[in-house]
Design a protein around this ligand. Structure first.
Ligand SMILES: Cc1cc2nc3c(=O)[nH]c(=O)nc-3n(C[C@H](O)[C@H](O)[C@H](O)COP(=O)(O)OP(=O)(O)OC[C@H]3O[C@@H](n4cnc5c(N)ncnc54)[C@H](O)[C@@H]3O)c2cc1C
Length: 469
């Protein structure tokens, strides 16, 4: 199967990119691992599930309808585990099309090729470790939105919501609406931080109004908001029973906690595209030109995966990327005129999105406060003390620390622990730029070994004859 443009990721950025390119006549395929496009913010409810029809649902439905009408081929339920081709052909061989390897919803492996690739892979949630964070009942703030939207399930009956950024108030308001008791909202930001962000947030009055409505819901329901504070520990016998805030314990059976969002750069790292460290945009981001082009020819990235800018900016950046891809493939004669409207939308939405992203930037004080015996990498059981011991033994960047400790080598491939680990390594080696990031490796997502190997017979494996003695 060969296409002009493949779009990886069916969130708002990917849906808009695929729609724009297909409407202009390109052969386009969009690959998405969820059962329906929508991404994190516009996640579609499972079929047969009647969820609330709110503003997010309406915006998601509009993007989905435009995508379905555009003529783009939609491959949902497809987990893309491999990216290749493009620049990854052996040296001195002619450039090849991009190649994507994926598993379909029945677990069958398939591959496809495209002349240009638009990556719209979104973000991962950042959770900085603290004592008790691996207890059942502790979950990500963003993960809680998935439980609520995709399954209509409450994370607990009495919930503490903690961390940084607007998701804090969105999740607390949604929990109240769904019938949970919110024991407290614990916001790392002081009130002055929110006030400083207000002028930039005013660029999107609709989003500002939404945020104020969430705050009003909390006030009306008497929810305690503790500003300028964080959760320092969680405790419980086998499951969560209480969390510690400012030295006091708050009883709860669920803690939804998130310390911001980190752009998903597994694919751009695998292609060895150039990256820069931009804490205000979420961390390491691909180096892009004004049209979302990466340093690798015919590779583009859009949405939060290109730097956190929020759901409002994602579709505009997807359209800008799609137009650039069409232009570079020779499929769009009047690129300059076509890009004016989406580029203007992007600039406007990015202003408010950037202010939000800054509030979700990593707070190094949280990492400095992690006690030595606390587990940082939960897949491999690696503690802060072990990471620091590796640094003391000479590990001078993320790849070396990974080799010394196995931190980041488990099923999550560093998506959860990577930020904390990199900050710890950076504290020893002179900063995050020096610590770098773990080299991108396949598979991008965990895949069963038999899906990769397929059917084979041992007798068919060509075994060389023994060498003559
Ligand atoms: C868990 C989570 C929940 C969030 N909830 C909210 C919310 O409720 N409200 C809000 O305003 N913002 C939310 N955000 C932030 C929000 O995701 C973004 O602002 C916005 O959705 C960005 O759009 P996007 O298209 O860049 O990425 P996303 O919407 O994240 O879409 C990326 C898509 O790429 C797909 N994908 C990635 N890698 C692969 C792969 N290898 N194979 C196949 N598919 C792949 C993902 O399944 C996903 O659907 C959330 C973020 C996270 C991480």
């Amino acid at each position: 199967m060969s296409y002009d443009i493949a779009v990886l990721g069916g969130g708002p950025a990917g849906m808009a990119a695929a729609t724009e390119a297909a409407q202009r006549g390109a052969r386009v395929v969009l690959l998405e691992e969820s059962a329906a496009p929508g991404g994190q913010v516009y996640r579609a409810p499972p079929s047969g599930f009647i969820g609330p029809v709110d503003a997010d649902r309406r915006a998601g439905d509009a993007l989905r309808a435009a995508l379905l009408a555009s003529g783009a081929e939609l491959r949902t339920g497809c987990r893309v585990w491999g990216v290749g081709g493009g620049p990854l052909v052996p040296q001195r061989e002619p450039a090849a099309p991009f190649r994507l390897d994926a598993l379909d919803s029945d677990g069958r492996s398939f591959a496809m090729e495209a002349r240009a690739l638009v990556l719209c892979c979104g973000t991962h949630e950042r959770i900085i470790a603290f004592p008790g964070w691996t207890l059942p009942g502790v979950l990500g703030l963003a993960a809680a939105t998935i439980l609520l939207k995709a399954h209509g399930v409450l994370p607990g009956r009495r919930v503490v919501v903690a961390g940084a950024g607007p998701l804090l108030y969105a999740v607390a308001a949604k929990l109240l609406k769904a019938g949970a008791e919110v024991a407290a909202v614990v916001d790392l930001a002081h009130r002055t931080e929110w006030l400083r962000a207000l002028p930039r947030l005013a660029a999107r009055p609709d989003l500002l109004a939404q945020g104020l409505a969430w705050r009003a819901t909390l006030v009306a329901r008497g929810v305690r908001v503790i500003a300028g504070a964080g959760v320092t520990a969680a405790r419980g016998d086998e499951v969560l029973q209480a969390v510690q805030v400012e030295g006091a314990w708050i009883a709860c059976d669920a803690l939804c906690i998130g310390h911001g969002l980190v752009p998903a750069t597994e694919a751009t790292r695998t292609f060895r595209a150039a990256h820069r460290y931009a804490p205000a945009e979420g961390g390491w981001v691909p180096v892009l030109d004004a049209d979302q082009r990466c340093s690798v020819p015919l590779l583009y990235t859009a949405g939060d995966g290109a730097g956190v800018r929020g759901a409002a900016a994602a579709p505009a950046s997807g359209r800008v990327a799609a137009l650039a891809a069409l232009h570079d493939l020779g499929l769009l004669p009047d690129h300059a005129a076509a890009r004016v409207a989406p580029a203007r939308d992007l600039a406007r939405a990015a202003k408010a999105g950037g202010a939000m992203a800054r509030m979700m930037a990593l707070r190094p004080a949280l990492v400095r406060a992690i006690p030595p015996e606390t587990i940082v990498c939960r897949c491999e059981g690696v503690t802060r003390a072990e990471i620091e011991a590796a640094c003391a033994d000479g590990a001078a960047d993320m790849n070396q620390m990974k080799q010394f400790t196995r931190c980041g080598m488990g099923p999550c491939q560093g998506r959860i622990c990577g930020e904390t680990a990199a900050e710890l390594v950076g504290m020893h080696c002179g900063g995050r730029e020096k610590a770098g990031f773990a080299t991108g490796r396949l598979p991008l997502r965990p895949v069963p070994m038999d899906a990769l190997l397929g059917e084979f017979d041992y007798a068919d494996i060509p075994v060389p004859k023994p060498a003559p003695i």
